[in-house]
Design a protein around this ligand. Structure first.
Ligand code: TYD
Ligand code: MG
Length: 496
């Protein structure tokens, strides 16, 4: 009997647990369905977020100052619609699902990493030897500086199949531009489109070797609702392009607008995402344009490319020293020539100074292309160590050719130009300088001095002033190498 009762109890118990189990089960199913429904409504509802237009930080609500970059009034509301995950191709189009595997450095195959030569010596050098397959390169610059011209010119001259996508100009306008730049090959396809999904569709049918986008600010993706040029659009379109570039090993070149304070428009994140950032700069009223690399995952950032804007496109300036030195017959006081280095390339540049008695109580000091603080330091050295009274003088300094230099090796040239103007005695035009000046008035050695001397020799200078402390044998060169130890030595030699 006892046993039976127990059995009954057990049955009862098991019945109970069963129902509670069923109950929990039905509850989970119910909750799940609610969540699903919720997700569905979420997807159709427009969602807005606040982005800092300066640094790209995201906020849930508006605020006056961005807590990340401390800029005021940069936070703006943008519509973001979370859709199914974005891809440059949809899943079923993806040829084969690749799963990344870790490899030892020695096992990584780099044979297919051969770079695409762009047939443009200056651009190739700035890029570090050509375009790397699967890389994203961003070209920034002020409006009208020649970004579109440079990239169109390159795509017209490339031996590979290129797709030039423009969101800014019509095909006819591009054709007109292409006619100015004499085209040698016919491998370039022009597409006027701004929607990324359509661009990828065309890319699939044409299969280009190189893709050029003019400009990233005009692109928009269907997966995001905010307007073209907004932070979230730029970020989304760049992500899609990166995915496309990496999966197909196609190099992509992007043109980016810059803001009035010289940064690439959009979040800094754009610069972080791409592999290379190039800047095209120069004075729009001058013919020379300078191509600099600000970031380069595949090469040095010290290289510089120089172009001349002509009626028929951009011409490479392969020997810049010749254009940066004015060829004048008479000798003028206040100019001196420096042998500097820009990256691996020696460059002769002319420095002009004007020293005059100050009209106002506070003397004016102004520089173009050179650090004003450094000039003030050199003026103090001249005052204290060489006994020149420059405290009551206006001093203006200009690096000719519209370029800016921060090579310390031009210090001695700056000093010579200032003293030459102050004394009104010209520095002989066949003299040049390559040395740094220290706070004690000592002349310090500089790097790559041999290359600097050889460049001066090549361009026909008779004498180059370098520091006594450089480890060189002056007799080796045809040019006269004048070794100096102190500023006074130079003063003595030039004006003594
Ligand atoms: P562009 O490439 O349109 O500048 P960005 O794309 O950077 O805004 O540059 C246009 C300027 O270049 C324009 O002012 C005209 C000038 N230009 C020439 O001087 N020669 C040429 O062969 C071309 C195509 C343009
Ligand atoms: Mg343009």
């Amino acid at each position: 009997m006892q046993f039976l009762r127990e059995f009954d109890d057990l049955r009862h118990l098991s019945f109970l647990t069963n129902t509670s189990y069923l109950f929990t089960l039905s509850k989970t199913v119910f909750l799940h369905s609610i969540q699903k429904q919720h997700k569905k409504t979420m997807a159709t509802k427009t969602k807005t977020t606040f982005f800092c237009q300066n640094c790209g930080s995201q906020y849930a609500k508006w605020q006056g100052q961005c807590t990340a970059c401390k800029e005021w009034n940069t936070i703006a509301e943008e519509v973001v619609q979370k859709a199914e995950k974005v891809a440059w191709k949809t899943e079923e189009h993806t040829p084969a699902k690749r799963v990344a595997k870790p490899l030892k450095v020695s096992q990584i195959d780099t044979s297919e990493e051969a770079r695409y030569k762009t047939n443009d010596g200056e651009l190739d050098r700035v890029l570090g030897g050509g375009l790397v397959p699967g890389s994203l390169t961003l070209l920034g610059g002020e409006p009208g500086i020649g970004k579109s011209t440079l990239l169109l010119q390159i795509s017209l001259r490339l031996p590979f199949k290129t797709l030039y996508v423009s969101g800014e100009e019509s095909q006819k306008q591009i054709k007109m531009r292409a006619e100015r730049i004499s085209a040698k090959t016919d491998n370039c396809y022009i597409l006027t489109e701004t929607k990324t999904q359509n661009i990828f569709r065309q890319v699939e049918s044409i299969a280009p070797d190189i893709v050029i986008i003019d400009s990233i600010q005009t692109l928009h993706s269907d997966y995001i609702e905010s307007s073209p040029g907004s932070i979230s659009q730029i970020r989304e379109c760049t992500t899609e392009l990166i995915k496309f570039a990496k999966e197909t090993a196609t190099p992509v070149l992007l043109i980016g607008h810059i803001t009035k304070d010289g940064n690439i428009a959009g979040p800094k994140i754009l610069e972080h995402m791409v592999d290379t950032v190039l800047q095209f700069e120069g004075d729009r009223n001058h013919v020379y344009r300078i191509l600099r690399s600000l970031k380069n995952r595949f090469g040095s950032t010290a290289e510089l490319g120089i172009y001349e804007m002509q009626g028929s496109g951009l011409r490479e300036v392969s020997n810049p020293s010749e254009i940066l030195i004015s060829k004048k017959d008479e000798e003028l006081s206040g100019t001196a020539i420096a042998s500097t280095m820009e990256g691996m390339r020696p460059l002769m540049i002319e420095i002009q100074a004007l020293v005059s008695t100050a009209v106002y109580g506070t003397p004016q000091r102004s520089t173009t292309g050179y650090n004003a603080k450094r000039m003030n330091m050199l003026l103090a050295v001249l005052e204290k160590r060489a006994g020149f009274r420059l405290g009551a003088k206006d001093v203006f300094l200009n690096v000719t050719g519209g370029i800016s230099v921060d090579d310390p090796a031009i210090d001695l040239t700056v000093v010579s130009a200032i003293l030459s103007s102050n004394e009104d005695i010209a520095v002989p035009k066949e003299f040049c300088f390559a040395a740094e000046v220290g706070l004690a008035g000592e002349i310090r050695p500089v790097n790559r001095v041999e290359q600097r001397i050889l460049e001066a020799e090549k361009l026909g200078f008779s004498t180059i002033f370098v520091s006594k402390y450089n480890k060189i044998t002056p007799k080796k060169y045809q040019i006269k190498v004048q070794l100096v130890a102190k500023v006074e030595d130079v003063v003595e030699y030039l004006f003594g």
